[in-house]
Write a protein that binds this ligand. Sequence first.
Ligand SMILES: Cc1cc2nc3c(=O)[nH]c(=O)nc-3n(C[C@H](O)[C@H](O)[C@H](O)COP(=O)(O)O)c2cc1C
Length: 497
Amino acid sequence: MKRLYSIIILFAVLAGLMACGNRSQTGQTDVNSGATNKKEEGVMKQNGQSKENTNILVAYFSCTGTTKPLAEYAAEYLNADLYEIEADIPYTSEDLDYNKSDSRANKEQDDSSARPAISGKVEDMDKYNIVMLAYPIWWGQTPRIISTFLESYDFSGKTIIPICTSHSSGIGSSDKNLHSLVDSSVKWKDGKRFAAGTWENEIIGWLDEMGIQPFVEENGGKEAAECVFDFEKKTVTLNSGYEMPLNGLGTYSLEDDVCVSSVSEALKRGVRLIDTAYMYHNEEEVGRAVRDSGVPREEIFVITKLYPNQFSEPEKAIDEALKKLDIEYIDMMLLHHPGTDDVKAYKAIEKAVEDGKIRSIGLSNWYVEELEEFLPQVTITPALVQNEIHPYYQENDVIPYIQKLGIVVQGWYPLGGRGHTAELLGDETISAIAKAHGKSSAQVILRWNLQKGVVVIPGSSNPDHIQENTELYDFELSDEEMEKINALDRNEKHDWY
Ligand SMILES: Cc1cc2nc3c(=O)[nH]c(=O)nc-3n(C[C@H](O)[C@H](O)[C@H](O)COP(=O)(O)O)c2cc1C
């Protein structure tokens, strides 16, 4: 009993020391922080595919059965593959006796070059883009067998999420110390320690917080988890695995130098999502402003669209867009609206995604019936549907339908569109809510969209309005206010699409 107490105290001290170590390392290690446009999880890339194509692996090492159930909960929730890292020579209880300085586990932990052999292997590591790695803490660190595991595969470009169990220590530096064992392109998530007997809900809650969501096999694999908006980062992770900002600049009707200066102003003011289209005749101007902005390319998310008159020769149209924009790659290409050969055009974009020319695909002006007909004909589930959405045309039946497919909804004409903006901004209900929050009507409408899970791309060439349209995250509409705006719906479309 006395020995047990001394061990508990020792582990508690270790926990404290490691917590300090953790603090001193913050800022060096979270390679994901700050980037808005990186292929992070790829979690929802699985949309519409079968479980066999799932791209998450939960790998765990567990000698006394504490870590194992946690790994199982995560794998079950995420519909991920589960792999047990088993030692070639299994650990006996004598091997695990941490009180004996010469026990096998202790000797291994003392020797940084120890690499206990693993029996068996992961069949096809290439197919995973996220690996959750679960392990017990041994003397504040990962058991050396985790080093063997990490050195046995190529993890380039993958995301690794460490979790651990321990008697009392925190995760400390154990996760960060693994970074040097793999390629520098690996995206590490900050790890988390869970106590023995942690409930499934806690694991699920943590995964949800990080935006790691399950693949859901319903409706023949066509239903996926809804996309969660991260209001802190102001981004949403698309089903393609890329992060997209929640607010952007629409460039419809912005031409020539006005377009260049509007996009430049927006980028200066922190806007990182720019929406253009072949039909707006301003891809060159958008591209120029992006190139000249001084903002790193990977931080900017550019959407463009193919118009139906381009659908018959989509490859040519895609190359034309790439050439006009001249920004290395296109973050997302949409089909502007349904039309003859739309499936053919979409398939050409799928090929361009494969070739690395385009990162994500979407549709514009597709509603429930159109989606029902279209989706079974394509391989990659669209990452986004962009439709007309504003308080007078709310699409309350369409939005949830799209979101349930794991597709992000984006609204064009969020402020009512040309000729209607004044009426909408002057709407009594909206103005009263705006007044109560010390915000403008435009900000209230945009915030209402965001709270409904709709990404907004208001267009403007006025720097003050561009600025105003970014200030959407320092207030929140109450349920009652949301309801009041919901009640303004008139099913009144302001354009013909
Ligand atoms: C060699 C060894 C060293 C350990 N070192 C620590 C430690 O530093 N801090 C701690 O809280 N627990 C420590 N533990 C306890 C384990 O981390 C804890 O029991 C863990 O949950 C076991 O996971 P498993 O059952 O999945 O193997 C150690 C256990 C062993 C065998």
